[in-house]
Design a binder for this molecule. Structure first.
Ligand code: UT7
Length: 335
């Protein structure tokens, strides 16, 4: 019998733009206050990619460059690049193709995946499957979004939430029991009415009228999405933990999608999970969609140890959601 192969993350890179959009600045744009945003969402500031004609690939490229500084792996060693994003630079070429070319990953094939805020989980499960097939040994997964490009800055209920950023991970094989050990991912397009961007795709191409009425920006029924997010993220996490014989005490870190501090707290409460073991950086970066989970791993990398049990969980447009059991593969910073 073949030796079992698992897919491990061996390095993390990240990038957030320099421009800081504060609650103070937002309160000059819409009728809101720092106090309301902090108590209802928990975001103090978010980063915005301001440079003209710059898309998600600019941030993805910087995240990958950051990663390559921390590993002996060379860009030309990479065989596959997956980019998960809902805000690609163009319909085509893919954002993954742009990032691969920008960073010299000239021997890789590259493609985009879209799973909204669950993009990193869907991408990591996909990268893991390529590794487990035995045919690929070095994969870069880049996840991020430029949500400022699809945010309606006249809707005070949505515009405080979103920000821009991207993270990247290197995924490689191991014969040890480490890395992506299980996941349960879900999709239900019945969530469309609650969270979507209606115009600008092939069904409803953008028109002058739809642009004027903000139809090319995010529409969200916040309260409904909130409830789905709490229930589904905690149920998926509990399912994955249960079927791997893990109790909350066996989990070293919970890495939740950063959409609203109250969602994160409600998930931790429902699972009776120690809040000190939950990664939270929403106050600095806001909701960067596919970018939130890798940006947490990027910030926490030096605290992580080989063998740590992580539960990653996300919920987003589609709906898409799920949880993934990741056993961390190295100690501290990768280099
Ligand atoms: O990442 C993808 C998945 N997305 C999510 O997980 C987001 C889930 N939803 C949420 O995080 C929350 O529902 C929101 C942050 C979007 C909204 O919070 P909420 O507590 O559900 O507020 P609400 O929309 O029900 O509004 C409550 C009140 C309303 O006033 P009235 O009708 O009670 O007088 C709003 O008009 O708060 C008002 N409001 C605001 N007030 C000041 C809404 N937005 C603001 C604001 N500043 N920015």
């Amino acid at each position: 019998m073949n030796e079992e192969v698992n897919a491990v993350i061996t390095c993390v890179g990240g990038y957030v733009p320099d421009y800081v959009l504060t609650n103070g600045e937002l309160s000059e744009i819409v009728d809101t206050t720092d106090e309301w945003i902090m108590t209802r969402i928990g975001i103090k500031e978010r980063r915005i990619l301001k440079e003209k004609n710059s898309g998600t690939s600019v941030m993805g490229t910087k995240a990958v460059e950051d990663l390559f500084k921390k590993t002996d792996t060379k860009p030309e060693d990479i065989e596959l690049v997956i980019c998960t994003t809902t805000t690609p630079d163009y319909f085509f070429p893919s954002t993954a193709a742009l990032i691969a070319t920008n960073t010299g990953m000239k021997n890789a094939f590259a493609f985009d995946m879209e799973a909204a805020c669950s993009g990193f989980l869907f991408g990591l499960e996909t990268a893991s499957s390529y590794i487990k097939s035995g045919r690929y040994k070095k994969i870069i997964l880049v996840s991020g979004d430029k949500l400022s490009s699809v945010t309606n800055y006249s809707d005070r209920a949505t515009c405080p939430i979103f920000g821009d950023g991207a993270g990247a991970v290197l995924v490689e094989p191991t014969s040890e029991k480490l890395g992506v050990l299980d996941s349960r991912l879900y999709t239900d397009a019945g969530g469309f009415p609650y969270l979507h961007i209606k115009y600008g795709g092939s069904a409803y191409p953008a028109t002058e009228e739809s642009i004027k009425s903000n139809g090319t920006t995010i529409y969200q029924e916040g309260k409904a999405v909130f409830k789905f997010a709490v229930t589904n993220m905690s149920d998926a996490s509990e399912l994955v933990m249960k079927r791997n014989g893990l109790t909350k005490d066996d989990i070293d870190w919970m890495v939740p999608h950063q959409a609203n501090i109250r969602i994160i707290d409600a998930v931790a409460n429902r699972m009776d999970f120690d809040r000190n073991k939950v990664m939270v950086n929403i106050q600095k970066f806001g909701n960067t969609s596919a970018g939130t989970i890798p940006l947490c791993l990027w910030e926490w990398e030096d605290k992580l140890k080989k063998g740590d049990n992580l539960i990653l969980t996300a919920f987003g447009g589609g709906f898409t959601w799920g949880a993934l059991y990741l056993k961390w593969a190295y100690n501290g910073k990768s280099k």
